[in-house]
Write a protein that binds this ligand. Structure first.
Ligand code: NAP
Length: 474
């Protein structure tokens, strides 16, 4: 299929006020120039979404469901092409890109199934004076903003439930990775989404133009995935018109290994939890909190697995660790490691910037003390800091010592101990003896400063629905 590079407004591909280059971070080359939206295009997208809202909300759930199902089928059929595009604009290796596209398509399938299942309620009031009817209605025009690390999955995780619920949308992708999002919008058009229901913009001035959209009273909802810092600002902006907000923000996941864990399994899980997406995942294990008794064995085995990874262009044969999304992001990783080493971290493998083109950073394992600054930062790269503990309470306290609360990982041979830990961990999600638990059928989201709301599962569609109570005299 021909690569589209324009904005999509009211069912048509249109140009805007300029062009934005999209780079391949493995080579530094420009792979496309996409159109950017000026004030006029942003306003047109809101108008289109607003005008389409009433009829999309009235469209039979079965029709909405079948459009999403068709989108799932198209995405599955085009998975290889989309995966190559993801790898090219994001830098991740093709195997990770393929896994992402499969995961992303599943959100369309899951929400195709959810579209026809929104529950209602009919009850007798306890005092018998009336009947209580509870129904759920689409919240209305929704602004969807996605990050660069999962350009396919973060888009479908919002588009799926929004469209299933009957909301029209204005979508904005990260400026590093718009091409995948454009492909997905094109799939939705081909799947039969009516004009105005899905609109895609890339504002030329992100902050100012998004702020203007958030102050347009035709917009009722913002669903954002990205950094906690930007999320905080968007929550503040959303306060003016009291918008519904869903916020999937940063993480700083602890990976706790108790002394009774199967260490080989823990290392296998650590490699997935840390290295999926080259470490650029909000769910990435960021702090390895390991029982002192097994720490040497764990660190030695993890270092061996990390140093065996082949770092190369994401599309190269056998590549296992690709580039970061940009040299700027890569340099942030290097600065965090350098600061950690300056504060006393011991480097086991990696830790040195490679020479040459491309935003590469090597797989790195370091041992740190509890007060090392890297433990309080989201690293977003292939860096595994290991810190030790001696009691379960100490492990939990270390794990919870962060403003984030997205996901935690626990490895233990004793399920009771693992569940006790899971209950004590301040996180929206806990993985027990697994390196990945993301699933379109499960509620994804964080506590504390990792966010508000849940995506996926039965909860996901409710981020785009309002509850309405109708009291009936009998
Ligand atoms: P980011 O810098 O917050 O950007 C995310 C999106 O917000 C991009 O589309 C960006 O657009 C946009 N944006 C930036 N400033 C904005 C503003 N003032 N107003 C409106 N939109 C604005 O995050 P990122 O670097 O792309 O992604 C990495 C972060 O996302 C990490 O913290 C990661 O943990 C988090 N994340 C969380 C989840 C989750 O589910 N919890 C999933 C994936 C990633 P521009 O590109 O135009 O600046």
């Amino acid at each position: 299929m021909e690569l589209k590079t324009d904005l999509f407004i009211n069912g048509a591909w249109v140009k805007g006020d300029g062009l934005l280059p999209v780079y391949n971070p493995s080579t530094g080359e420009v792979i496309a120039q996409i159109s950017t939206a000026g004030d006029a295009e942003c306003a047109a997208a809101v108008t289109a979404a607003h005008n389409a809202q009433a009829s999309w909300a009235k469209t039979a759930p079965r029709v909405r469901s079948e459009i999403l199902r068709k989108a799932f089928e198209l995405m599955t059929a085009e998975a290889d092409q989309i995966a190559r595009l993801v790898s090219m604009e994001n830098g991740k290796v093709l195997a990770d890109a393929k896994a992402e596209v499969t995961y992303a398509a599943e959100f369309f399938r899951w929400f195709a199934e959810e579209a026809v299942r929104t529950p209602g309620d009919f009850r007798h009031a306890p005092n018998g004076d009336k009947r209580i009817l509870v129904t759920h209605q689409p919240i209305g025009v929704s602004l969807l903003i996605t990050p660069w690390n999962f350009p396919a999955a973060m888009a479908t995780r919002k588009l799926g439930p929004a469209l299933a619920a009957g909301c029209t949308v204005i979508m904005k992708a990260a400026s590093e990775t718009p091409l995948t999002a454009i492909w997905i919008v094109d799939i939705l058009q081909r799947a039969g989404v009516p004009a105005g229901v899905v609109n895609f913009i890339m504002p030329s001035k992100t902050g100012a133009m998004i702020s203007k959209i958030l102050h347009d009273d035709r917009v009722r909802n913002i669903s954002f995935t990205g950094s906690t810092e930007v999320g905080r600002g968007l929550i503040r902006e959303s306060a003016d018109l009291v918008l519904r907000t869903s916020m999937e923000l940063g993480g700083n996941a602890p990976f706790v290994v108790f002394d009774d864990a199967d260490i080989d399994e823990a290392v296998k899980g650590a490699m997935i939890a840390k290295m999926r997406n080259g470490g650029a995942a909000c769910t990435a294990a960021n702090r390895f909190i390991v029982a002192a008794f097994v720490a040497d064995e764990f660190t030695t085995k993890l270092s061996a697995a990390m140093s065996a990874l082949k770092m190369a262009d994401g599309l190269a044969d056998g590549a296992q660790l690709g580039a970061s999304v940009s040299v700027k992001e890569r340099n942030k990783i290097a600065e965090l490691v350098d600061a950690s080493v300056a504060a006393g971290a011991k480097v086991h493998v990696g830790g040195v910037l490679p020479e040459g083109a491309g935003a590469f950073y090597p797989a790195t394992v370091i041992s740190v003390k509890k007060d090392n600054p890297i433990l309080s930062q989201e690293v977003f790269g292939p860096v595994a800091p290991v810190v030790t503990f001696t009691t379960d309470d100490e492990a939990i306290a270390l794990a919870n010592d962060t403003e984030y609360g997205l996901i935690s990982y626990v490895y233990s041979g004793d399920l009771k101990r693992a569940i006790r830990a899971a209950e004590a961990l301040e996180a929206g999600m806990v993985a027990i003896n697994r390196g990945v638990i993301s699933d379109p059928a499960a509620p994804f989201g964080g506590v504390k400063q990792s966010g508000l709301g849940r995506e996926g599962g039965f909860a996901g569609i409710h981020e785009f629905l309002e509850t309405k109570y109708i009291g009936v005299e009998i």
